[in-house]
Ligand binder design. Sequence first.
Ligand SMILES: Cc1cc2nc3c(=O)[nH]c(=O)nc-3n(C[C@H](O)[C@H](O)[C@H](O)COP(=O)(O)OP(=O)(O)OC[C@H]3O[C@@H](n4cnc5c(N)ncnc54)[C@H](O)[C@@H]3O)c2cc1C
Length: 469
Amino acid sequence: MNPDVLVIGGGNAALCAALMARETGASVLLLEAAPREWRGGNSGHTRNLRCMHEAPQDVLTDAYLEEEYWQDLLKVTGGQTNEALARLTIRASGSCRDWMRRHGVRFQPSLSGTLHLSRTNAFFMGGGKALVNAYYRSAEKLGVAIRYDAAVDRIEIDQGQFIAAWVGDERITASTCVLAAGGFESNRQWLREAWGQNERGEWPADNFLIRGTRYNRGVLLKQLLQAGADAIGDATQAHMVAIDARAPLYDGGICTRIDCVSLGVVLNRDGQRFYDEGEDFWPKRYAIWGRLVAQQAGQLGYSIIDAKAAGRFMPPVFPGVRADTLPELAQKLGLDGERFMQTLNDYNAACQSGNFDHTVLDDCCTVGLTPAKTHWARTIDTAPFFAYALKPGVTFTYLGLKTDASSAVHFDGKPSANLFVAGEMMAGNVLGKGYTAGVGMSIGTAFGRIAGTQAARSALREEGHHANA
Ligand SMILES: Cc1cc2nc3c(=O)[nH]c(=O)nc-3n(C[C@H](O)[C@H](O)[C@H](O)COP(=O)(O)OP(=O)(O)OC[C@H]3O[C@@H](n4cnc5c(N)ncnc54)[C@H](O)[C@@H]3O)c2cc1C
């Protein structure tokens, strides 16, 4: 039996869509490319959701109003956002948590050391893996049919109308379809083409690591764009973090992040600093360091701290390289000792004494140094010294399908009547560039729920129409 609604993907956006479609009364089939044990895509790696709220709630302190959320989004995207869709996402984030709880999601207050998010972000008890598992359990209970190892290779479209999806040789038809198959961050060839070759003759993307799932290869995104679906965003824009260079190629997740950048200095392979490590609070800056490191030779950076920084940041899963002297540290990192020491000596000499306070934009800064370190600049002089090699880690890409408040895919400016999109595949409508923590799940939850509802209504309408005819 063909379902009313076909949902392609198996992460947060797909599950929200499947649950809403089922609640609206449609029969639903969900196709997840991954095997069951790897189900859930990038959503399984998440920890929290950014939520607007007008007063303290269970796990959220104080208030975070629509306007402040919107201003935060406006700032990080530099205006590359659709205000109507952004506000729709923000408002939905204020009311979705009761629904999430009904499907088994539990929340907990943010832990200390988690980027100071207790006011703005609701944390999932057990993380994204627990959220995804709760949604799968609820979907099964409600009768959503679920298939794993079911990567859709292509879909058939006729004049902007969904006709069928292909999994290998199998053709699956449905009245309506929700695309929620993630971005193209795991398609290394596409990343390579998008980033091209730099002035040093390097292909920077060859040195990128993928923080999440290996299954988001953008197969359907590419096909849709080739078939004339309207695009949004730029293929080089993505959420990119500087992560531990020892992280695995896929699925290293949150524990490979290196959060001590603002407490020390970062050098490139030539032993030189290249950016103000203390520009702003780490939660507002962590997502620019992936791109900064991507621009350096070999796409490598080295975060250097001394004993004074220990215990002041969330420790990564692997210990750093440790040495009792700075020259020994340079040697262990394989960096030119002379240049390394020149940079450290210049930096130490430029640090002005001030009142160090990592919780405010303090007055510890360098003078006469380029680039300056504008806050938390303390001399690096107390053994033991630690270093972490950094590589760019891609979280998710922003190139996607243009949509509107109904989450329909657009062809030549016209919304499709039966093809909808949610999550990373359309996040670029709200996030043209930049990032603010927790907004990925806000977008996926808001548009996943809309897409599921719309897909179900449109399928049931069509059936009603046939029944009456
Ligand atoms: C390490 C890490 C930490 C993060 N932390 C947070 C956080 O705390 N808060 C936050 O808001 N965001 C966070 N994000 C971003 C967040 O994961 C995404 O914004 C969100 O999960 C996107 O949901 P999605 O459903 O669109 O994609 P995904 O969850 O990636 O789901 C895509 C699904 O589609 C499937 N798929 C792909 N291609 C096909 C195909 N051809 N056929 C069938 N299925 C297919 C995949 O297997 C996968 O199940 C994090 C991301 C990473 C990698």
